[in-house]
Every structure is written in structure tokens, then in C-alpha cells.
Design a protein around this ligand. Structure first.
Ligand code: FES
Length: 268
């Protein structure tokens, strides 16, 4: 077991008595989060190849304005100013983005990985000025519970996208046929992983039962609390799997749309 003896006064940044590879985790977090942000930003700015038949990339869902058949309100109005963004993803990605950014789990991870504040447990910090999350701008992290409400709504939309991804246009008859494609499975797994992540949210756990002093005599609330707690115990795992799978789902749809990948499907 690693020696976790901590010197009485840790002064210098990075100073520690730890002998384990404490820097591996922040390095992995830094690498994976950076890769995701770079990919998601690139994909969101494309504005094309985000849909393929009945599939819609989760980075673009819901598509409020756009040229695909998934768009809720059709194309952007003619009067849309040219200097404003036109990619459909840019209208909606702020919501899941801020939900993740303010997530209690991710906060702990990116404070360490990107600000090294602290780099890890019992490792010297760059500054001693940290005052918690009670002052601007970190106090805004408390908006997490409101982004949770939006995330739950997005989850319903993504579930509906999976239903739509089960209907394919039959080129011979011109009618829609029920079926399952690899893309359907990719989008369905995406919803399952995002559901596991969202239902394990600490704010949801508070809402479900943590808000109460006692849960005895409240069977429904107690069951809800236990259910959310069950997801919450693996919040870290759900967080990373869902993050990677969202990017993979977009990539899958994108590769199909560009003709670089064939979507295998079974029609009933
Ligand atoms: Fe992680 Fe809410 S705490 S999603």
C-alpha cells in the first residue's frame, strides 16, 4: 500500500510524500476531456453530416433549426443574420455541456487535471487562495440542479430519436419499415449510458430523498432514493462511458452520412 504520510507543512507546488503514481489519474482525465472537447467542438462547427436517414447525431439533438427532416422548426429564417452561427448543434449543446461542466464528479476531476488545484490528495497546491465555491465565478456551479432538469428533458428527446431510428425508408415500396440497424443500437446504448449518468446525479439524489430528514413512512420516496443511489454509486463509470459514447455516436452517424461506413440493418 502507498505511504500516504503527509508532511506537517506542504509548501511547494507538487511537493508530496506519496510514492504511488498519483499523477496518472489527472493526466488521463486531462487527456480524455481535452480530446472530447476538441472533437465535440469540431463536430458542432461542421453543421453537415450529422444525420443519416432516420439517425440523428446526439450532438445535434434536438435539432431546432436545420435542413434535415429532424428539424423541429425547419430551416433558419431568411432574416437570420449572417454573422451568427448556423450549425444546429450550437443552439443546443450549451445545455448538456453546462450539465457536465457543473457536475459534482467532473468538478473534482477537472479542478485537479486542468488547474492542479490540488493536483491530487496530499500533494502541494499552486496557491492557497481557494475559497470554496461560494464566490463568483465558482458559485455558478450551484446552477447544476437547473441543468439537471434540462438534461432530463434532453434524455426524453434522445429516447424519441432511438424510436425514430427504428424506422427506415424502403427504397422499393417508398414506405417506412420497422427495423434495427447498427446505428439504432449505437443510439440506444447512448441513451442507456446517458440515463445511467443522469439518474445517478447528486442533485437528483437530493431531490429524490436527500432533501428529507427521514425516509421511513415514505415508501415511494424511499424507493426513488434507493434507485438514484444505486446509479450514484457508479457515477464515475457512467460519466466516462456516456461521454465517450456520445462522441462515438456522432462519429458513427457522421461516417455513415459521408459514405465511409455502411450501416447494416435488419428490416422486419
Ligand atoms: Fe454529476 Fe449531477 S452530479 S451529473
Amino acid at each position: 500500500m502507498a505511504d500516504l504520510h503527509v508532511p506537517a507543512t506542504i509548501q511547494r507546488f507538487g511537493q508530496t510524500a506519496r510514492r504511488d503514481a498519483w499523477w496518472v489519474r489527472p493526466l488521463v482525465v486531462f487527456t480524455v476531456l481535452s480530446a472530447f472537447v476538441i472533437y465535440a467542438t469540431w463536430a458542432a462547427l461542421q453543421g453537415v453530416n450529422y444525420h443519416y436517414g432516420s439517425y440523428l447525431s446526439p450532438l445535434y439533438s434536438p435539432e431546432l433549426f436545420g435542413k434535415s427532416s429532424h428539424a423541429w422548426f425547419g430551416p433558419l429564417p431568411e432574416s437570420w443574420p449572417a454573422f451568427l452561427p448556423t450549425s444546429p448543434a450550437l443552439f443546443i449543446l450549451w445545455a448538456p455541456g453546462l450539465f457536465r461542466l457543473t457536475c459534482y464528479y467532473y468538478r473534482g476531476q477537472y479542478y485537479r487535471a486542468f488547474a492542479a488545484d490540488p493536483p491530487s490528495c496530499a500533494v502541494g497546491e499552486p496557491s492557497r487562495k481557494y475559497s470554496g465555491e461560494r464566490k463568483f465565478p465558482l458559485v455558478l456551479q450551484n446552477l447544476h440542479r437547473y441543468f439537471l432538469y434540462i438534461a432530463l428533458f434532453f434524455l426524453l428527446i434522445l429516447l424519441y430519436d432511438v424510436w425514430k431510428a427504428m424506422w427506415f425508408n424502403d427504397a422499393e415500396t417508398g414506405h417506412e419499415r420497422f427495423g434495427v440497424g447498427v446505428g439504432t443500437i449505437v443510439l440506444a446504448v447512448n441513451v442507456v449510458l446517458l440515463g445511467g449518468y443522469t439518474f445517478g446525479c447528486h442533485s437528483l439524489r437530493h431531490l429524490a430523498g436527500g432533501i428529507k430528514d427521514r425516509l421511513s413512512g415514505r415508501p415511494i420516496r424511499r424507493r426513488m432514493y434507493m434507485c438514484v443511489s444505486c446509479f450514484n454509486r457508479r457515477h464515475m463509470v457512467w460519466a466516462w462511458l456516456s461521454l465517450v459514447w456520445v462522441a462515438f455516436s456522432d462519429l458513427y452517424v457522421r461516417l455513415c452520412a459521408t459514405g465511409m461506413l455502411t450501416d447494416w440493418k435488419i428490416l422486419l
